[in-house]
Design a protein around this ligand. Structure first.
Ligand SMILES: [Zn+2]
Length: 246
């Protein structure tokens, strides 16, 4: 068994439609075992093979400590819609409110080649519905409107930004923009440092040099925008204090 890397973000690999599993080979069994180990390592409730780069109709769920493998799963019947929170190992930190069936009756293969029908309720039904979406290339951000998604992403960023003291001179939106830029800049710098270990051939070294220059420029531009934004926030707060309503 092995823990596999989970593809993150809205990437083309996650937009593929998954093919049915036609044969229960050792590779398929090993993949199922790896997914199970990975879903537990990620503290996730479920995971599809396509999230680990294998676009086949296979996913695992682990609701209330009950691990289950789902192969070529199809919905036979469904309950009424209910609202609830939903997250995804490919979008860490993002929780959206979505509408999912209260229960599902699903026909699936088992790893020993039988076909069975399983009824799942509540959290498990939500996980199965989420994974069935993955098989069609539908992702968590598709479940909410663009404005809701932006609001939720910003809330997630604010949550992970740490507990720096609030700057009153700086408008909240401006602070958020600065946080996002700073976050992106250090991530790019880190990525470049990590990449350096793999750029052993001359062509890659040349490309890394070019990337390094761009990342450095990005940092410089972020600094320039910071100065400009702080200035803007400053004049904005002067406006605000001139207004008796505050
Ligand atoms: Zn997911």
């Amino acid at each position: 068994m092995a823990i596999r890397a989970v593809i993150q973000g809205d990437r083309p690999e996650l937009r593929r439609t998954c093919k049915p599993v036609s044969e229960l080979s050792d590779a398929v069994r090993r993949l199922a075992e790896d997914l199970m180990e990975t879903v537990q390592a990620e503290y996730a409730g479920s995971l599809a093979a396509v999230q680990c780069g294998v676009p086949v109709s296979l996913f695992v769920t682990c609701a209330d400590g009950t691990p289950r493998v789902w192969l070529n799963a199809e919905v036979v019947a469904r309950g009424p819609d209910v609202r609830g929170g939903e997250s995804c190992a490919s979008f860490p930190g993002l929780v959206v409110e979505s509408v999912r069936p209260e229960w599902l009756l699903v026909r699936t293969w088992t790893l020993d080649g039988r076909v069975e029908e399983r009824r799942v309720d509540g959290v498990e039904a939500r996980l199965v519905a989420h994974e069935l979406d993955h098989l069609r290339g539908t992702l968590l951000p598709d479940l909410v409107s663009e404005s809701d998604l932006l609001a939720q992403l910003l809330a997630a960023v604010a949550d992970t930004a740490g507990d720096e003291p609030e700057t009153h001179a700086v408008d909240e939106d401006v602070q958020q923009i600065l946080d996002l830029m700073a976050d992106a800049a250090w991530k790019w710098n880190l990525a470049v440092e990590l990449l350096a270990a793999y750029t052993t051939d001359a062509e890659a070294a040349k490309r890394l040099k070019r990337l390094r220059r761009r990342v450095a420029r990005l940092s410089t531009e972020a600094d320039e925008w910071e100065a400009w934004l702080l200035n803007l926030a400053e004049s904005g707060s002067e406006h605000a204090s001139a207004d008796p309503e505050g």
